[in-house]
Design a protein around this ligand. Structure first.
Ligand SMILES: Cc1ncc(C[n+]2csc(CCOP(=O)(O)OP(=O)(O)O)c2C)c(N)n1
Ligand SMILES: [Mg+2]
Length: 542
């Protein structure tokens, strides 16, 4: 008779607290910043706050998530957020929606009441914590046991970084942090997916054969660090390059001869602007993002549509054409690796766009135009400075007078949700200490998350905050005729009198200057490019 098997040896791994195990997971991912706004349910995380981490406090949760979004985009790494149970997540929701649309990798932890009192519907209980942020998180979980929290955080990090990137939420009961668990093994998960070679080859052949190709470039190009590769592809094929509608990042230099302009989020106008092209390639962009109703074809008659995207949803809903799914950068590199075919002899070099005419300052006593303000900014800003914009009616003016010509120098949100730009600029400035960050914000937009000024001041970030003060929600007034309003007719809820941004800056610990004289603006902006702490410039525009 064989001897019975001996029982397994007692488990030898030394146990650690959930809190230590989670901090180790973050360290393994290179995460050293915790963006948050604390409450009682989160305090246990901060017992003996670890010396190698930095807590970045936002005074409202929209600010916390906005800062974490800018930081994640500018570091190409998931950011880590800690919010207060239900009310904190609620405040953050607008910017969680934006992070989802921006494809920003972000792990959001939310406090929850202690497990033992959950049956009694306690104070601060988030009753359906995992449902609250849906559908704008890729995954949300409240682990079944305290010991499962570290693995949930690791999984959340991997999922957040897996394209299409986005926010995830882990709800953590307050007593979990001190429970004991086994430490987690460090591991790596690859994220970039290579596109299917035969489909990509068909796209390559179509590009070689096209007579007048056009590229429509979306946010995923810059996000994927593919700016220079896309430029090489466009030059190889002599493609005219448009920026996709509502793009949160720029993917192509606006001063390049192949640059063809910005597509508006309107079906008929897109078809009009793409007229004459026989092949349209949407790169890292939806085909297409619309804002208003439209009818008829999506691309010009006779043209064919192709798409490179990392996002299965975007690929699936495209109304026509062929979509190749995979990393945008790897797709472009694989296209560049194909032998360069002889250029179709009928393909001509497209004519470059006309340069924008310079604007003159207004006569003395008159308010300056936004065009003048942005031209002044373009004149004084360092070439590698970063513009973070949220100034809706100034966008088309900016596209004319404040050209973006280098990678990773422009951020705005892809969602349309105001309250992102100001905190995102703070996050970008925190991530890029050597670079000048310029927050270009409308007066209305600034007020959705104005407390970001306080975080910028506390962090002593050398950033310029330019507020375009036109005393109104101009974009809505300009948009109203599309809904049948008489142009210029009064519109309820769109006037913003009596906002004083210099006073608001002072109240948040920032310096501030008001400029109403057009000729004084260049000097003040030049000073803002040199500041060593945040400086707000309130620009009175017409
Ligand atoms: C969270 C949120 N609320 C409301 C809106 C609607 N909205 C779109 S543009 C706009 C006006 C923004 O005003 P401002 O920042 O002053 O820019 P301006 O239009 O004056 O250029 C508003 C309120 C929105 N996009 N997001
Ligand atoms: Mg305004």
């Amino acid at each position: 008779m064989p001897e019975p098997m001996p029982p397994p040896a007692p488990h030898a791994t030394a146990l650690v607290s959930v809190r230590e195990a989670v901090l180790d997971v973050l360290r393994a991912h290179g995460i050293r910043h915790i963006f948050g706004n604390p409450g009682s349910t989160e305090l246990p995380l901060f017992l003996d706050f670890p010396g190698d981490f930095r807590y970045v406090l936002g005074l409202q949760e929209a600010v916390v998530v906005g800062m974490a979004d800018g930081f994640a985009q500018a570091t190409r790494q998931a950011s880590f957020v800690n919010l207060h149970s239900a009310a904190g997540v609620g405040h953050a929701m607008g910017n969680i929606f934006t992070a989802f649309k921006n494809r920003t990798p972000m792990v959001i932890t939310a406090g929850q009441q202690a497990r033992s009192i959950l049956p009694f519907d306690p104070f601060l209980h988030s009753a359906q914590a995992t449902e609250l942020p849906k559908p704008y998180v890729k995954w949300s979980v409240e682990p079944a046991r305290a010991q499962d929290v570290p693995l949930a955080i690791a999984r959340a990090l991997h999922l957040a970084m897996m394209p299409p990137c986005g926010p995830v939420l882990v709800s953590i009961p307050a007593d979990d942090w001190t429970a004991l668990t086994e430490p987690l093994a460090r591991r790596e998960v690859s994220t970039a997916l290579r596109p299917q070679p035969d489909l990509l080859d068909r796209l390559g052949q179509a590009l070689d054969a096209a007579e007048r190709p056009a590229f429509v470039v979306g946010a995923a190009v810059d996000r994927d660090a593919a700016w220079h590769d896309l430029l090489a592809l466009a030059e190889r094929h002599r493609a005219r390059v448009f920026v996709a509608p509502m793009s949160g990042r720029h993917g192509f230099p606006q001063d390049h001869p192949l640059f063809a302009g910005f597509l508006p989020a309107m079906r008929e106008r897109i078809v009009e602007l793409l007229q004459g092209h026989d092949l349209v390639l949407a790169v890292g962009a939806a085909a297409f993002t619309y804002h208003v109703e439209g009818h008829g074809p999506h691309i010009p008659e006779g043209a064919s549509l192709f798409q490179l995207t990392e996002d299965p949803q975007t690929a699936a809903w495209a109304p026509l054409g062929m979509s190749v799914l995979g990393s945008v950068r790897l797709s472009i590199l694989d296209l560049l690796a194909r032998p360069a075919a002889a250029i179709n002899p009928r393909r001509s070099m497209p004519a470059p766009r006309r340069a924008t005419a310079r604007v003159e300052p207004p006569p003395p006593g008159q308010r300056m135009s936004t065009a003048w303000a942005l031209q002044c900014l373009a004149d004084v800003r360092p070439p590698d400075s970063i513009v973070v914009e949220e100034a809706p009616s100034a966008r088309p003016v900016m596209q004319q007078h404040l050209p973006i010509v280098a990678p990773e120098t422009f951020y705005t949100m892809c969602s349309g949700g105001l309250g992102h730009g100001l905190p995102a600029a703070v996050g970008v400035a925190l991530a890029q200490p050597g670079r000048r960050v310029i927050a270009l914000i409308g007066d209305g937009s600034a007020m959705y998350a104005i407390q970001a000024l306080w975080s910028a001041a506390q962090l002593a970030l050398p950033m310029a905050i330019v507020i375009l003060k036109n005393r109104r929600y101009a974009a809505l007034q300009e948009f109203a005729p599309a809904f049948g309003f008489t142009p210029g007719a009064a519109l309820e809820g769109c006037d913003l009198p009596d906002l004083d941004f210099v006073a608001l800056a002072a109240g948040h610990g920032c310096s501030g200057v008001r400029v109403d004289d057009a000729r004084a603006l260049p000097g003040v902006l030049a000073q803002a490019m040199q500041c060593t702490a945040p400086m707000l410039v309130e620009v009175e525009v017409a």
